[in-house]
Design a protein. Structure first.
Length: 289
């Protein structure tokens, strides 16, 4: 069954959200509507609808006039088995001792590696992105240096690949959190698939706002692979939850944003332990003085 998309851009979050709500009232109705900020500093937002049948061009033209937006670009997407496509195109990832793979590559796990099974259907956080890969490499260096995390938190965990990596190398229980309910469900499924039940607890939370996170603090190690804005906003709470001498591994930071994020955390009492670039992304490892 073909899928049709109708995409446009306009300035401002409020205007974009208003257009997204209006699109939901079209006939035929879209099966889904997305509103996303264009991360290029332009201030533009993308609004898109997905339709099971061709969208009403007259209705879209009316929305263009009412919301002062650019003309919608309408496309028909071919029918694709996305899981099969991802399985073909996503090769396993090696990050030091860690080996991230899908079940279709189970026969490729090297002897002595720490395996992390992430299914292709759950592609965000597979280790292919420079942010996740940077965090895994930073963790590998910590382990190599003899660091032991007795209390570890993964904030904004996504698939929980970072928390699971920590659970592979350290014996103490680990807590992972995400603000999104679906992400928590995905994380829990991955924990089960990797046989880490009882070693890793997944909770739904905004930042550190959860009783289990409060009870487990302070942490020896905190992962926060999110984005610059949330990292800056979260900085005071993250540093407060970090033990003296503890480490924070931060990513989701574009290279040109790294100085600003580093400065914010330095003002709160951390030193840069390492700073690595993979493509356009920077991973910071900080130590609390």
């Amino acid at each position: 069954m073909p899928t049709f998309t109708a995409l446009t851009t306009l300035a401002g979050k409020a205007a974009a959200e208003a257009l997204g709500e209006a699109m939901e009232r079209l006939d035929p109705e879209p099966v889904g509507v997305g509103v996303f900020e264009v991360e290029d500093g332009s201030g533009l937002w993308e609004v898109g609808g997905y339709f099971a049948e061709p969208p009403d061009r007259a209705g879209l033209a009316l929305l263009e006039a009412m919301h002062a937006t650019r003309p919608f670009v309408i496309s028909e997407l071919p029918e694709t088995d996305w899981v099969a496509k991802v399985r073909r195109e996503l090769a396993p990832v090696e990050a030091g001792r860690f080996f991230v793979y899908g079940s279709h590559d189970a026969d490729k796990v090297p002897e002595g590696a720490e395996p992390l099974l992430i299914e292709a259907a759950m592609a965000f956080g597979t280790g292919h992105h420079g942010t996740t890969l940077g965090c895994l490499r930073a963790l590998d260096r910590l382990v190599e240096a003899g660091f032991v995390g007795k209390s570890v938190a993964d904030i904004g965990c996504g698939t929980a690949v970072l928390a699971m990596a920590a659970a592979r190398v350290w014996p103490d229980p680990i807590i992972a959190s995400d603000i999104d309910t679906l992400a928590v469900e995905v994380a829990e499924a991955n924990v089960r698939a990797n046989g880490l039940e009882g070693r890793l607890r997944c909770v739904e939370a905004a930042g550190f706002d959860h009783p289990e996170l409060a009870a487990a603090a302070p942490f020896d190690l905190i992962f926060a692979n999110i984005l610059k804005g949330p990292l800056v906003a979260l900085a005071p709470d993250l540093i407060a939850a970090l033990a003296q001498g503890g480490r924070a591994i931060l990513s989701g930071i574009l290279n040109e944003q790294a100085d600003e994020v580093q400065e914010v955390y330095s003002r709160l009492g951390t030193n840069v332990f390492s700073r690595d670039e993979i493509g356009e992304w920077t991973t910071l490892m900080l130590a609390k003085a």
